[in-house]
Design a protein around this ligand. Structure first.
Ligand SMILES: O=c1[nH]c(=O)c2[nH]c(=O)[nH]c2[nH]1
Length: 295
């Protein structure tokens, strides 16, 4: 005997671009995002007995993503995700949950001859602003975040005092390169309904800007004793500045840069205090994760 223990389906990788044209100033503002929409509900029969009468086609979900982007603001993405998800619950009585994930790409306004250009933008990094929303009839669970913010510091990072035994070869260091691709999320207290999300609109952009600034300032200024200790400090600060959040997570790869001993070539000094040329590693890499909640 078999039983369908869990199921969700929908459209992934729906790419959407929206322009807002300010008629008064002639300034355009653009948003480009990738949306994933997965529905849950009374859909068992579509899997178990091939009954498609319960299936909202994933093609219709794609259409709905475009239509809701036309009808409503797409910023902040937390609001658009909530509006989109709520639509599926309102429209289809047998759908219980809409899982909406959004990744917003960067289009930063060009500055030409010292002036912000009204309609030209550039991609300043692969970092995205992300939202994961789970919309149910008992509330909206929303997690915001940043993915793919790549950072490096050339000093101001140490790692020593770790376990030394017969498996250890890594030397202790008081000065190393630290580099990572930041993946962080902050979870909002569950919203009871869509109106509560609408009422919270101003806090979403602020939390994103604060989390980004805290990540970079802490990374840059702290004399890091480890990735673990640095990320915990970042979490604490985000919880502090965003009181509407419940918890914060970080997942940070430790992207290693190895010293290269070149002494075999004419006695070249390139290790320790003389290290200048390093070998960036693709893998293996460390991967350090944490979630910090209010106590
Ligand atoms: O910050 C670090 N944390 C670790 O857990 C670890 N492990 C390791 O080999 N290097 C590092 N660096």
């Amino acid at each position: 005997m078999a039983i369908l223990s869990s199921a969700r389906y929908g459209k992934d990788n729906v790419r959407v671009y929206k322009v807002h044209r300010d008629e008064a100033t002639g300034t355009h503002t653009v948003t480009e995002m990738t949306v994933c929409c997965l529905l849950e509900g009374k859909i068992e029969e579509s899997y178990t007995v091939a009954d498609n009468s319960v299936v909202v086609a994933t093609d219709s979900m794609k259409n709905t993503i475009y239509i809701k982007a036309k009808e409503h603001p797409v910023n902040p993405p937390e609001l658009y995700a909530s509006i989109l998800g709520q639509h599926f619950l309102d429209q289809y009585a047998h759908i219980d949950v809409a899982n909406i994930n959004i990744a917003v790409k960067r289009w930063t306004r060009m500055v030409i001859d010292g002036k912000e250009h009204p309609h030209s933008f550039y991609r300043d990094g692969e970092e995205t602003r992300n939202v994961e929303a789970r919309i149910t009839r008992s509330g909206l669970e929303v997690r915001s975040g940043i993915v793919g913010l790549t950072v490096l510091k050339s000093t101001g990072s140490a790692f020593h005092g770790f376990v030394r035994d017969e498996y250890t070869t890594l030397p202790e260091t008081w000065d190393r390169i630290l580099s990572t691709d930041v993946d962080t999320t902050w979870k909002w207290k569950t919203f009871p309904n869509l109106q509560a999300v609408k009422d919270s609109v101003p806090v979403f952009d602020k939390a994103w800007a604060d989390a980004r600034a805290i990540t970079m300032k802490t990374f840059a200024e702290e004399n890091s004793p480890s990735v673990q200790a640095t990320m915990y400090k970042m979490c604490e600060q985000i919880l502090e500045v965003a009181p509407e959040t419940e918890s914060v997570t970080y997942a940070l790869p430790n992207k290693h840069y190895f010293e290269i001993d070149l002494s075999w070539h004419k006695g070249l000094k390139n290790t320790g205090k003389d290290a200048e040329v390093y070998a960036p590693q693709s893998g293996p890499n460390g991967l350090i994760k944490c979630e910090v909640s209010r106590s």
